[in-house]
Write a new protein. Sequence first.
Length: 265
Amino acid sequence: ACVCEKNKRVTNCRMDGSGQCRCEAIGSGITVDCSTLTSKCLLMKAEVMGSKSGRREKPKDAFEDTDGLYDPECENSGAFKAKQCNGTTCWCVNTAGVRRTDKHDEDLKCNQLVRTMWIIIEMKHAERNAPLNAESLKKYFTDTITSRYQLDGRFITSVLYENPYITIDLKQNSSAKSTGDVDIADVAYYFEKDVKGQSIFQNNAGLNVSIDNEPVKLEKTVVYYVDEIAPEFSMRSQIPGLIAVVVVVVIAIVAAIVVLVSSNK
């Protein structure tokens, strides 16, 4: 037996012949390599299974985001299947598992899994007496993403600070991603869970952002996804001026992490 440090939503862990810890993802039974991030599709499936069994308690302010968590169909590789359905309602998704078409009946054809090539993470910090140091901030997020989530630094194209907004750009097109590289969609999902205080890592409360040894309280985080092929929404559901942006996921920062950060001051 062994412990999967990078994913606590697993079972039946064992060491393989090369000394790596391998486990079965809850909900799918697909084997995951614990030395790297688990795919977002398998993580979502495990989370849905956990919430179905009643083990996972919902925060008091939680509401159902039908375009957020759903029970996905995953390939054996861990990738999302291009077509996802909930009963008789179906839609096409991108490599981040985010809906990129209107919802249709079961006859819908999704010919390919379209790649999400650009993810924009936009955070807003709480009001402060003085702005943060932009260079320290850039170093903190670059170091965190490369070390904690194992993303090659070349895929972090920008960390911009416009007080009080912090914007991180992750770009990774099909040709730039090689076999050993973690996917930006998986990185963004781990990051989102860390910010919410719902870390996927074993024995970890989440990400306590600290710049120049000073805790930073994040009030709101928004994630935008941009695909290699524009989405196929009908005109009534288009986002004006943002045709390539598929969806916006607003992450509510749970009270626990806010209290935790505040208490460090």
